[in-house]
Design a binder for this molecule. Structure first.
Ligand code: AMP
Length: 112
């Protein structure tokens, strides 16, 4: 998708600190971390949000979820939060589906 920053990370046009790459997903550290560990897991296909990804490509949606566990474990996390912001009012700023994997501190509940 032209002008999609996460598509540019998938293609390698924009650099990122990539921690996992498969045919289905790319995972990289967030530029502006909200926790000691903050990794984004994105599908290699462009879909606007997690729900539209799940409808269009359930295999890739499952791969995103499985990768969250892999990157969390490889980062030494046993407790972590997975967040899929959906829509601007919910905090979504990049409209390419992505899971935030957050951990390394007490995250509290409910979120603010
Ligand atoms: P959201 O606000 O849920 O759409 O999340 C988008 C996330 O992408 C934010 O946490 C940003 O800090 C992060 N982000 C934006 N551009 C980059 C980039 N080039 N590399 C890594 N993380 C990024």
């Amino acid at each position: 998708m032209p002008d999609c920053i996460f598509c540019s990370i998938v293609s390698g046009e924009i650099p990122a600190n990539i921690v996992l790459r498969t045919a289905e997903v790319v995972a990289f550290t967030d530029l502006d971390p909200k926790a000691p560990t903050h990794i984004l897991v994105i599908p290699t296909e462009h879909h606007e949000n997690a729900a539209s990804l799940a409808v269009a490509n359930p295999i890739q949606a499952a791969a995103v979820l499985a990768a969250t566990e892999q990157v969390a474990t490889e980062s030494g996390l046993s407790d972590y939060r997975i967040v899929f912001n959906t829509g601007a009012e919910a905090g979504q700023s990049v409209f390419h589906a992505h899971a935030h994997v957050l951990g390394g501190r007490d995250l509290g509940w409910p979120p603010g």
